[in-house]
Ligand binder design. Structure first.
Ligand code: ACO
Ligand code: OAA
Length: 376
């Protein structure tokens, strides 16, 4: 049998100057800036600018990008109607995917086959600003509540927390979510980014690309794992049950959510930042058991399988500690990754080529004779 890369493992499909995922070393940087330095020194809005424009903003440029994002905090009436009418028990990722697709219906700039980078950059920023509004609006409407009045004095992180709760968030909560958004912003040729690039490479449009990406992020092997982690911790219930639970999973050859990574062969460099936040927040909440259970699971998986925690492992506990409902965890990933997806789509359009890999055909060689339908 001809060799091939199942799941495209190890295959380089394009060039990118955006994020550098160094799997052997466990390092991640955006445009050459380490995520450590970025979370320490920059806001998520600065990271959005960095990914979209290729350099850190000056104060004036930051003010401009913040104003542009805040000016886009509205949704077309038809989309609001959809969000009100959507089934209350719908998965928020399904709603978000459908809503982003609908956004394209209302944007006359989104045309087929005519990339225009300035226009696409404006659409990119608008999508980043509108996804949080979509997620928050659906969350409010499904509870029979109205969306609180849009504010322009809050950051992206702060405004999202305000919209879902109706209350101005604390500085700690805002800063925590801001760090999480930065850590999730971009990550090389992950599955959802690849989807986005494949879609736009046909010269489809930005909304179609981001719709593809959201559908791809949803799966539990990718962004959906953060929700899987909290369900897992709640299902196990207490520290004393962790060892038996993990043993049982391994015996049945089932995956442990939040563990393992295609590229990182050591600890995912985003995990320690989220772990630190999770430790602080669970202590403040008086619920240290979640982090204690997580630590034990991570320890067993390292020892038994040589596998490490990924970004989804601790983000789940961070969001839980902020009081965010579990089914909004993956939409928050989408909110953050929208910056990377859109930047990668713009990069794809700057040097486009259709993606069209081959498949190793394993079917009948034929040609088979067609048996008349009544004789089959
Ligand atoms: C943001 C993100 O997308 S980060 C990833 C989020 N996803 C998860 O956390 C889900 C759990 N993890 C996984 O399913 C995988 O580790 C993935 C999907 C992330 C990477 O998958 P791949 O690179 O395709 O590795 P693959 O699934 O082939 O696993 C390789 C081996 O490690 C094992 N393995 C990998 N991850 C896990 C896990 N989480 N739990 C148990 N075993 C695991 C597999 O069973 C397999 O073992 P085997 O060789 O004995 O059969
Ligand atoms: O890179 C990957 O395969 C998955 C991942 O960690 C991410 O998208 O953040």
């Amino acid at each position: 049998m001809t060799d091939y890369a199942k799941g495209l493992e190890g295959v380089i499909a394009n060039e990118s100057a955006l994020s550098n995922v160094e799997g052997a070393e466990g390092r991640l940087s955006y445009l050459g800036y380490s995520i450590e330095d970025l979370v320490e020194n920059c806001s998520y809005e600065e990271v959005v600018y960095l990914l979209h424009r290729g350099a850190l903003p000056t104060r004036a440029q930051l003010a401009e990008v913040e104003a542009s994002l805040r000016a886009e905090r509205s949704l077309p009436d038809g989309l609001i109607d959809f969000l009100k009418a959507a089934p209350k028990d719908a998965n928020p990722m399904d709603v978000t995917r459908t809503a982003v697709s609908m956004l394209g219906l209302y944007d006359k700039r989104a045309t087929i086959g005519t990339p225009d980078l300035e226009k696409d950059a404006a659409i990119a920023l608008s999508i980043c600003a509108k996804i949080p509004i979509i997620v928050a609006a659906f969350h409010r409407f499904r509870q029979g509540l109205e969306l609180p009045a849009i504010r322009t004095d809050l950051s992206e992180a702060g405004h999202f927390l305000y919209l879902i709760t109706g209350e101005t968030p604390t500085d700690v909560a805002t800063r925590t979510l801001d760090v999480a958004l930065t850590l999730h912003a971009d990550h090389g040729m992950n599955a959802s980014t690849f989807s986005a690039r494949v879609t736009v490479a046909t010269l489809s449009d930005m909304y179609s690309a981001i719709t593809s990406a959201i559908g791809t992020l949803k799966g539990p092997l990718h962004g959906g794992a953060n929700e899987g982690v909290i369900h897992m911790l709640q299902g196990i219930g207490e520290l004393s049950k962790v060892d038996d639970w993990v043993e049982d999973k391994l015996t049945r050859k089932e995956k442990i959510m939040g563990i393992g990574h295609r590229v990182y062969k050591v600890l995912d460099p985003r995990a320690p930042h989220l772990r630190k936040l999770a430790v602080q927040l669970t202590e403040e909440l008086g619920e240290p058991k979640w982090i204690q259970m997580s630590e034990r699971i991570a320890e067993i998986m390292r020892e038994r399988k040589g596998l490490n925690a990924n970004v989804d492992f601790y983000s789940a506990t961070v969001y839980y500690s902020l009081g965010i409902p579990t089914d909004l965890f993956t939409p928050i990933f989408a909110i953050a990754r929208a910056s990377g997806w859109t930047a990668q789509v713009l990069e794809q359009l700057r040097d486009n080529r259709l993606y069209r890999p081959l498949t190793l055909y394993t079917g009948e060689q034929g040609p088979l004779a067609i048996t008349p339908i009544d004789e089959r």
